[in-house]
Design a binder for this molecule. Structure first.
Ligand code: ARG
Length: 467
């Protein structure tokens, strides 16, 4: 029985030697982690095979026992993957579930597997392997998202849209440039992922309970077999450390924050009022009462998942903050936070990749909005500095008066007559109209990293070479 309720209250077969009776049902319930750490079965089996192989190589167990152990573990792997394995809550966690099954399969040789090892270094190993693999998945997912943005950016390198500050029209930019802002963000997330993989690329197994072991083990051998760069250097730290999980969660939180800002923009852009994009049917939903509606639910859920992911980071930071060295059972609470955040992040990145790839960009709507709100006012001020020699502060003032006049007339800056402009400042000539269009404004911003289409294409090429 998975909940153990009908099982007898005998003491635990793994550690119950000094116990006269088994745990209270509540004790069993609070203690058990099998409900969630069964996710680590593949890592646990891989770690045990590497450990047993090393023990035999070092002459600590016989080759015969090692073969039995490895064969038994292979059987267990296929039992679990085939759905035939019965997990027991009475056996607490994945480590003891597998070891108990191994004993049932191969007999006393199973008892030799735990030589020179503890569940403390075992769980540190399993979880580290899992997080490392998850980071590798995250890296691939971010690469796909960046790729989707690069395609859209290239396609829209000269599609003009309003650039905003305070969500008020500021200056015209291109949609390609805006997309590339997200490429920069997700690119930084991906390099954080790569650094984290490097940080955690050390094997915990062999630290044993906390002090290392007197058996002549070879930790470099297990590290190599498990794909780690090298073994960890301090056995106390090894079983106490959950930085790799915290690092994953903090990277996930920052990436989710980027995803959430993008989600917010998608929600705003897809309103009829903005109308900058149309989401594909595949990534939106309808309303059961209002037939005209198309809702950006996927974007909203990406925005909401950020709350969950941030919550996981805070939860684990709080679990860890008061723990004396080395291992404490509190640390068992690390896994659900990481599993939940990982699932949310994977889903959020995948949904966002789909939305970005499929959305229709409404260039006409963007362009119309780009010209409103006197977005080329800075271009007028810059022109006055460049062509009429005004100090910028004076040019700012003159431009302010031109904006006020246009506002009063209910027209755009470019629609003011030359006479109107010259009445404000006589130095203005008809050449000024060359800079008052949104296209001219955008094309003029050729500074490195600026919004000019030629500059945006350069940045796209830089990223293409790195994606
Ligand atoms: N299930 C435990 C965890 O996830 C495994 C380590 C248990 N170690 C111990 N000394 N009780 O942390």
């Amino acid at each position: 029985m998975a909940d153990g309720s009908s099982e007898t209250k005998s003491s635990n077969q793994m550690w119950g030697g000094r116990f006269a009776s088994g745990p209270d049902a509540i004790m069993e319930e609070i203690n058990a982690s099998i409900g969630f750490d069964k996710k680590l079965y593949a890592q646990d089996i891989r770690g045990s095979i590497a450990h047993a192989t090393m023990l035999a190589h070092q002459g600590i167990i016989s080759a015969e026992d090692k073969d039995k152990i490895v064969h038994g573990l292979d059987t267990i792997l296929s039992e679990i993957e085939g759905g035939a394995f019965e997990f027991s809550r009475r056996l607490e966690d994945i480590h003891m579930n597998i070891e108990a099954r191994l004993a049932a399969l191969i007999g006393p040789a199973a008892g030799r597997l735990h030589t020179a090892r503890s569940r403390n270094d075992q769980v540190a190993l399993d979880f580290r392997l899992w997080v490392k693999e998850e980071l590798q998945r995250t890296e691939r997912a971010l690469t796909a998202l960046i790729g989707a943005f690069l395609d859209r950016a290239e396609e829209h390198a000269d599609t003009v849209m309003p650039g905003f500050t305070h969500l008020q029209t500021a200056q015209p930019v291109t949609f390609g440039h805006h997309c590339m802002a997200y490429v920069e963000m997700f690119g930084r997330d991906r390099s954080r992922v790569r650094h984290a993989i490097e940080h955690m690329d050390e094997s915990p197994i062999g630290a044993a309970a906390l002090a290392g072991t007197g058996f002549p083990i070879d930790r470099h051998m297990t590290a190599k077999a498990l794909g780690f760069r090298e073994p960890t250097r301090n056995s106390i730290d090894t079983v106490s450390d959950r930085d790799f999980a915290l690092e994953f969660l903090s990277i996930a939180s920052i990436a989710a924050t980027h995803l959430s800002r993008l989600a917010e923009e998608i929600v705003i852009w897809s309103t009829p009022q903005f109308g900058f994009i149309r989401l594909s049917d595949a990534f939106s939903t309808g309303s059961s009462i209002m037939p005209q509606k198309k809702n950006p639910d996927a974007a909203e859920l990406v925005r909401a998942k950020t709350g969950r992911i941030n919550g996981s980071l805070i939860a684990l930071l709080t679990v860890m903050k008061g723990l004396p060295l080395a291992y404490s059972k509190d640390m068992q609470e690390d896994k659900e936070q990481v599993f939940d955040a990982a699932e949310s992040l994977e889903l959020a990145i995948a949904a966002m990749t789909g939305m970005v790839r499929d959305m229709t960009v409404r260039a006409d709507r963007m362009k119309a909005a780009a010209g409103s709100g006197y977005s080329t006012a800075t271009d007028l001020a810059d022109w006055l500095v460049r062509e009429a020699g005004l100090p910028f502060r004076d040019a700012h003032h003159v431009t302010g008066r031109a904006v006020a006049l246009a506002e009063q007339k209910g027209c755009d800056l470019a629609d003011l007559s030359l006479a109107d402009l010259q009445a404000i400042n006589p130095a203005i000539t008809d050449k000024v109209f060359d800079v008052l269009t949104v296209e001219a404004s955008v094309a003029s911003r050729t500074s490195f990293g600026g919004t000019a289409p030629a500059e945006v294409l350069k940045q796209i090429a830089w990223w293409r070479a790195r994606n």
